[in-house]
Design a binder for this molecule. Structure first.
Ligand SMILES: [Fe+2]
Ligand SMILES: [Fe+2]
Length: 246
């Protein structure tokens, strides 16, 4: 079978699977585009079952997914995280900082953008040293606050993205204050120092370069992420099966 007819067959199989399923989006996906108080769009559900597992439009994940599987199957372009990790490595940071850099934007890449540092920290917390989760949580906050001692300036990109008049909200001020006085402040700050967008646009970094660091610092559950009953397993399952009805 040539590539074209294989693609056609897959399209056909997908269309058939879609015909048999009712697939809906969670309120959070559409809130804003739609008023979440409005009733959901009516679908013709006669003779169809509501999706309760893998979404046929997505690549299927292995039964016991690893962190790298999530990078490969569910996260958007990860070059930024990989480049941050490589930069931290080059700058002589310790493995906690390098791992934190590698995963710091995983929520924005595959889950939720709003408060992405907090979501990402929660996702990884059961599997990493507390200090790594701390850095990931607070990198989002610290990015808004310069610290000359570390050579960290308010990002020019934030001026472009949010305008000159944007000021962090009081909850961010409080979180910054708390973090600044914390014994792990430096770890969080080092993450922001290495959190650069394409410090070299031509640099290609492979996930496999970090296999050993991840192996030593990320406690990959035997059952696979999402199926290990950890406090964040449900979040990994949601990334795996984002359109499951319940
Ligand atoms: Fe971030
Ligand atoms: Fe980042």
């Amino acid at each position: 079978m040539n590539d074209l007819s294989r693609a056609e067959l897959l399209d056909h199989e997908l269309a058939e699977a879609m015909d048999k399923l009712v697939i809906v989006k969670s309120a959070i996906y559409t809130s804003g585009e739609c008023d979440p108080r409005d009733p959901p769009l009516r679908q013709d559900t006669a003779g169809r079952l509501h999706l309760m597992g893998h979404d046929p439009r997505l690549p299927k994940m292995p039964a016991k997914p690893t962190l790298f599987d999530f990078f490969n199957y569910r996260f958007g372009p990860a070059a930024h995280m990989l480049q941050s990790a490589r930069l931290a490595l080059k700058n002589g940071c310790n493995e906690k900082v390098i791992l934190a850099c590698l995963v710091h934007d995983c929520s924005a890449a595959g889950f939720i953008r709003t408060d992405h540092g907090y979501w990402a920290a929660q996702l990884i917390a059961p599997y990493v040293d507390e200090e790594v989760a701390f850095a990931v949580r607070y990198h989002q906050v610290l990015r808004f606050y310069p610290d000359e001692a570390f050579g960290y300036k308010y990002p020019d990109s934030y001026v472009r993205l949010f305008g000159l008049n944007y000021r962090p909200e009081p909850y961010l001020d409080r979180a910054h204050e708390y973090c600044r006085n914390h014994k792990w402040y430096e770890t969080g700050r080092l993450l922001t120092v290495n959190d650069l967008y394409s410090f070299d646009p031509n640099l290609q970094v492979e996930l496999e370069e970090f296999t050993d660091i991840v192996g030593r610092n990320f406690r990959q559950p035997e059952e696979g992420l999402g199926f290990d009953d950890s406090p964040s397993a449900h979040m990994w399952r949601t990334i795996n099966w984002p359109t499951r009805y319940l």
